[in-house]
Design a protein around this ligand. Structure first.
Ligand SMILES: C[S@@+](CC[C@H](N)C(=O)[O-])C[C@H]1O[C@@H](n2cnc3c(N)ncnc32)[C@H](O)[C@@H]1O
Length: 280
């Protein structure tokens, strides 16, 4: 298994959406395009409000950690919906620079911190909510990162986490490789980051790692049972749900209703809304 420095080096030079975007990373058009692609492909057309931090009793302001903020999508979405008290944290300086720029372009606020999810510098019980989307499956010690999220949450605090989902298509991939070959022949591909032949790969774990780029050192995927089992020692798991069907990789346009159905039922990301138990 690669170490955290290899993970940092990869994401420093390959921030999310770089290599696939038609625009310069960090310019306004890049943020617009990224948001459009996230909403279309990662949510089947519509942002899922279940991923939002729940309202606090009496309208109190929540302290929110956006852990592994990447290029700032989540911090920006929260801030644009009026949430304050957001700390956007990432392993890499590059992610923080891009997030700072995104927040500036949108004229919204968050604090920025360089942090390793496996060893957070925050005190115990610092946050009301932790948002951690598509991050813990890229770090060497995923269990430790999950334990750190629990540690920095207040008792009764909430988190929303997501990881790659070992969905039925990935489970059946050895028998479906002919379909991948056919799609590739018809022009299915993911642009940039050395992923052109992703549909021709045989090994599912390799496909999952390759999804973020040929040089990506770590990418893991989980069944629903594995994900819940990883969260249960620390949290009450309130709900899980699926999203993400990367229709942009296909050589034809998916009808909207079908894309939405695939997103909800065959999503390649699994989300969990969890709560840290209140102290006895
Ligand atoms: C796939 S991107 C997801 C970004 C963002 N959460 C989103 O959904 O748009 C993964 C991000 O996690 C960060 N990351 C990976 N391992 C990390 C760790 N141990 N601590 C903090 N951030 C980490 C990477 O630097 C990268 O920005």
């Amino acid at each position: 298994m690669a170490d955290i420095e290899a993970v940092r080096a990869f994401w420093e030079s390959n921030p999310l959406w770089a290599g696939e975007s038609a625009h310069e990373v960090g310019e306004a058009a890049y943020f617009d395009e990224h948001r459009h692609v996230v909403l279309a492909d990662c949510f089947g057309g519509e942002f899922d409000l279940r991923t939002m931090p729940p309202p606090r009793p009496g309208g109190q302001r929540a302290s929110i950690l956006d852990l592994g903020c990447g290029v700032g999508f989540w911090s920006a979405e929260f801030a644009m919906r009026g949430l304050q008290g957001i700390v956007a944290a990432d392993l890499t300086q590059r992610a923080l620079e891009i997030t700072r720029e995104r927040l500036r372009v949108l004229d919204v606020q968050a604090q920025l911190r360089q942090e390793n999810a496996e060893q957070l510098s925050f005190a115990d019980a610092s946050f009301d909510h932790v948002n951690c989307q598509g991050v813990v499956h890229h770090t060497p010690d995923t269990d430790r990162a999950v334990a750190e999220i629990a540690r920095v949450l207040k008792p009764g605090g909430t988190a929303c986490l997501s990881v790659y989902h070992r969905n039925v298509l990935l489970r059946l991939w050895p028998a479906l490789r002919w379909a991948g070959w056919l799609l590739a022949k018809l022009g299915a591909r993911l642009e940039g980051r050395g992923r052109d032949d992703i549909f021709l790969q045989r090994d599912v774990d390799h496909i999952v790692r390759l999804y973020d780029g040929a040089a990506n050192p770590i990418g893991k995927c989980y069944s629903r049972e594995q994900f819940v089992a990883m969260l249960r020692p620390h949290f009450e798991v309130e709900q899980t749900y699926l999203h993400y069907f990367p229709a942009r990789a296909l050589p034809f346009r998916l009808p909207r209703a079908l894309h939405r159905w695939l997103d909800r039922h065959l999503g390649f990301m699994i989300y969990a809304n969890v709560r840290k138990p209140c102290a006895a």
